[in-house]
Write a protein that binds this ligand. Structure first.
Ligand code: SF4
Ligand code: SF4
Ligand code: FES
Length: 258
């Protein structure tokens, strides 16, 4: 086999037996070197190296925020931040997983606070210590304008803070880096709750649907679904009525659960 052919990159997925030509690269897990396929995500590479996740892994799809990772490439001063399930390994990557980062969450009754700067100051007064260094934004694996939402919250622009932070997966990387010790993701969650509770127009169907649930309207159908075998569930799923992409006023023919 020629050298050129050996260089072909092969997607290895979860397979432990690698296709011919797959290149292995060194990475460092807790300081120890392992050779892993260069096409794997960090998460898969750690498993390939023989570890089993009991923390620091959840959805494997970039949604749950369980796999924040800090790394340096040997010889490079720069510290990097990413999600292990979404990032492919690089040669000489020194890795640290961060399964949890401590951050205080304010206790409040959403019925007794309002969408204002005063609420933010009362519940998260540390936001006033922001030095506008933008380190939080640079460490966010979701490319969120973190400093911007902190500043919006500080000004009482709750709608802007809620909108800017909408993609936050609460991984905690921003809070791990902040010199002002702000707990960004809890602050952002407060803003989204305030926005939804006090600023967004209520959906007309929401209250009747909650009443339906409380009255047990869906109990029977749920029990029937739970009792079905997998084939019957698949058949039902495939045969379901689907809302067309371009319709604003679509209604299903079967209205018994509306
Ligand atoms: S804002 Fe912070 S907690 Fe949210 S995804 Fe970005 S780094 Fe993670
Ligand atoms: S890291 Fe902290 S101090 Fe720096 S901009 Fe973000 S919130 Fe402000
Ligand atoms: S495992 Fe859920 S975001 Fe990575």
């Amino acid at each position: 086999m020629s050298e050129a052919k050996k260089e072909i990159r092969v997607a290895t997925g979860d397979r432990a037996i690698l296709p011919e030509g797959t290149k292995l690269v060194p990475i460092y897990i807790m300081g120890k070197q392992y050779k892993v396929p260069e096409t794997m995500t960090i998460q898969k590479a750690i498993e390939y190296a023989g570890y089993q996740f009991v923390r620091s892994c959840g959805c494997r799809g970039g949604i749950c925020g369980a796999c924040p990772t800090v790394y340096r490439i040997a010889g490079d001063y720069k510290l990097n931040f990413c999600l292990a399930c979404q990032t492919v390994v690089q040669e000489n990557m020194y890795l640290t997983q961060m399964p949890f980062f401590p951050a205080n969450r304010a206790v409040y009754d959403i019925e007794k606070v309002d969408a204002s700067a005063e609420t933010i100051m009362q519940l998260y007064p540390e936001v006033m210590k922001c030095v506008a260094c933008n380190t939080c934004t640079k460490s966010c694996p979701m490319d969120i304008e973190v400093m911007e939402y902190v500043n919006a919250a500080m000004r009482g622009d709750i709608a802007k803070a809620a909108k800017l932070s909408f993609d936050c997966i609460q991984c905690g990387l921003c809070s791990s880096r902040c010199p002002a010790q702000i707990q960004h993701f809890h602050l952002a969650q407060l803003c989204r709750r305030l926005h939804a509770k006090y600023q967004v127009k209520k959906a007309a169907h929401l209250e009747p649907r909650v009443e339906n649930i409380k009255a047990g309207k869906f109990e029977t159908v749920l029990k029937d679904l739970v009792a079905m075998d997998e084939d019957a569930l698949r058949e039902l799923y495939v045969a379901r009525e689907m809302e067309p992409q371009d319709s604003n006023d679509w209604q299903p023919e079967d209205k018994q659960y509306l």
